[in-house]
Design a protein around this ligand. Sequence first.
Ligand code: GTP
Length: 267
Amino acid sequence: MLETVRPGGMSTNKQKIITDDSMSDDVFETEEAGLRAADPVKREPSPTGYRGYTPDPGLLAPLPSPDTDVPHKTILLGDSGVGKTSLLVQFDTGKFQTGTFSATVGIGFTNKVVCVDDSKVKLQIWDTAGQERFRSVTHAYYRDAHALLLLYDVTNKTSFDNIRAWLVEIREYAQDDVVIMLLGNKADCQSSERMVRREDGERLAREHSVAFMETSAKTGQNVELAFMAIARELKARKNAAHNKSSFNVQDYVREHTQKASCQACSS
Ligand SMILES: Nc1nc2c(ncn2[C@@H]2O[C@H](COP(=O)(O)OP(=O)(O)OP(=O)(O)O)[C@@H](O)[C@H]2O)c(=O)[nH]1
């Protein structure tokens, strides 16, 4: 795997395995081994390590597997400079990284666990390099993606025009049932800088039957909502497989983005 190289930026691959080796093996292993040798039938080691203690069988049953066990691979896509890394950093740390723009090199991921109702959904969010020269590398990651966040920059018409080409690539390389969300980023920019109207984004999303919202990695507008909607959709699909619920990500996004703009108006 290549790494995301960004001076002063987010760290990638934040997986950590913590092992606790603080207990001495001698306490349990050596003594038990001796007893087993003396009486191999009766002296099987206790599962807890304490001789003679038999825990309630319920305590030894494997824990039910929570949703967090399975990470849902979510990939950020879009032209270079649209704000993929900034969006991920905002979601991960709640901060907007300022300073000079340095393009992502290759690909890297960050794990985030989000709470959906009473359960947890683990998102493994991959930040890709938008530059053309890295395209063949990122294609390889599409195939097992569960969700794709496809970004354009509302101040950059070319990045919006390229969305159709991105969707063609997605159809070619990703799975048919991948969840796609179109995001018009940099919505904080002044209207004089804006080159793509919100309605144009909405129309394009409708044409391709994907969810849509405008975001700002700078102010945080709709950033959490975007990932939350993805997590809800992924969870709903899992439940649908067990006939538990129905959920429509496009309705959810419409309902909640409207709420966000109403709050903004009244504050
Ligand atoms: N005003 C504003 N600027 C943003 C926003 N998001 C990103 N930027 C700026 O846009 C530039 C590019 O952002 P990045 O997050 O590095 O873009 P990227 O899509 O990851 O670019 P690549 O790594 O080349 O694919 C940076 O200077 C950011 O500070 C936003 O929501 N609002």
